[in-house]
Design a protein around this ligand. Structure first.
Ligand code: ASP
Length: 431
């Protein structure tokens, strides 16, 4: 069987929901469905989840949330009538939610109601059994997946029946509603796939899978048919985010592939994320990169004698809310690439690291980082040569590089001003 998760754009209005119904009904394998709250119908629309957060904020400040809540009611009632359901189907639920938000149930409760209402409504329309995520999905106090969820959900699913579960939330250790971070319905889908022992976790969205490069930058990049969990993790840190990162662990551990598919083009096969793939035909899966890093270069003679030196610096940066996304090691030096967060970063970093005992600390001019990611990186000759030759051809200086640290990526740091040229040159050399 398959677990299918449908994102907000697939559920934004009744026309989209009819497509979802056709997808579910086209295969009897699709017996467990996880849904998001209705998302944007157009680029200037507001997601139901955002409206719910705004209602909660208004209520917390003692302001009226009436017009915001009317917007939510209007969206759900519109969906009901568009689907031919009784427009009053959700009236009782909506009234209770309004009361509870006003009574101070808090942001997690408020935000979770988008998914709750979506699943309630669709359980009628799809004729599926509704399972409330609060009863079966458990989150730890710091918002992570509690593995108990797999058992609780498994116990509720029986062969031959079809189920619908709201995404994005579960219960905290005290049983109160708690949400995952934004986009967290992906995580619920992954938990459900693992609990149900699914053959495949289908993640339905509005793109036909992943592309080799950012389509906003390059014309018609080729689609990726298969990509490994390792490759997707490397691309995620480089800014290519299509899937919630915490949604990978539950399925990866159980060896369940994830298929990213397009509700608006259900015939497209999309991208399958899996444990391993044969890199022969497609050694490079993708190219991605980010601007805006400050290289913090620290030198200390005989660095190897100080095992806590690196972790001390990382902890200091972290406690100041800064993250070193990439780290390049020398024998007696380390360069941390810290994502810029404001104008005064240089002075802030100097102050944060002022207590570090080292021979030299330098904050260098801003850098960009891009990565060439693929299972062929560590096993195929010529990829590095092609990348370096392409950069040399444009006279681009390489400031840092790491080849094979992750086995599947070649990371390159360059001047920010070279970023676009470098990406173009490398993309043309590898596509
Ligand atoms: N509705 C939630 C959000 O907008 C969760 C999700 O869609 O996955 O973040």
């Amino acid at each position: 069987m398959y677990v299918c998760k449908f994102g907000g754009s697939s559920l934004a209005d009744s026309a989209q929901i009819k497509k979802v119904k056709a997808i579910i009904e086209s295969s009897s394998e699709r017996s467990v469905v996880v849904v998001s709250a209705p998302g944007k119908r157009s680029s200037d629309d507001i997601k139901i989840t955002d409206l719910l957060y705004s209602c909660e904020q208004a209520a917390a400040k003692g302001e009226s949330m009436d017009s915001l809540f009317a917007g939510i009611e209007g969206r759900f009632n519109g969906i009901c009538s568009g689907l031919g359901l009784d427009p009053g189907e959700l009236t009782g639920e909506l009234e209770e939610i309004r009361k509870n938000i006003s009574a101070g149930y808090g942001p997690d409760y408020a935000a979770s109601r988008g998914e709750y209402l979506s699943a309630k409504l669709l359980s009628t329309y799809f004729d599926m059994i509704f399972i409330d995520a609060q009863e079966v999905i458990r989150l730890t106090a710091d918002g992570r997946v509690d593995p108990q969820s797999y058992i609780l959900l498994k116990d509720r699913i029986a062969d031959g029946n079809r189920y619908i579960i709201p995404g994005f939330y579960g219960a905290d250790p005290e049983g109160k509603v708690k949400t995952f971070s934004r986009g967290g319905s992906d995580i619920t889908g992954a938990i459900a796939a693992r609990a149900a022992g699914a053959e495949m976790y289908e993640n339905w969205t509005d793109v036909s899978g992943l592309l080799m490069a950012d389509p906003r930058v390059f014309d018609n990049p080729p689609g990726i048919r298969e990509i490994t969990y390792r490759e997707i993790r490397e691309l995620a840190v480089l800014g290519a985010n299509v899937f919630h990162e915490e949604a990978i662990a539950p399925v990866k551990d159980a060896g369940i592939p994830i298929n990213i598919r397009n509700t608006n083009d259900p015939d497209a096969e999309g991208t399958v994320i899996l444990e391993s793939r044969i890199p022969e035909n497609v050694p490079v899966a993708g190219i991605s990169g980010k601007n805006g890093y400050l290289p913090v270069h620290v030198e200390k003679f005989m660095l190897g004698r100080y095992p806590n030196f690196n972790s001390g610096i990382l902890n200091s940066l972290k406690s100041a809310g800064l993250s070193a996304d990439f780290i390049f090691f020398g024998n007696d030096s380390i360069t941390y690439l810290v994502k810029q967060s404001g104008d005064d970063d240089v002075n802030r970093i100097r102050e944060i690291l002022s207590g570090v005992s080292c021979d030299r600390l330098e904050i260098e001019s801003p850098a960009a980082v891009f990565g060439v990611v693929g299972e062929g990186i560590g096993s195929r000759a010529g990829i590095g040569a092609a990348v370096f030759t392409a950069l040399a051809g444009k006279d681009i200086n390489i400031r840092f590089t790491s080849y094979g640290g992750s086995r599947v990526s070649l990371l390159i740091g360059i001047d920010e001003s070279d970023y676009t040229d470098a990406m173009n040159a490398v993309y043309s050399a590898l596509k």
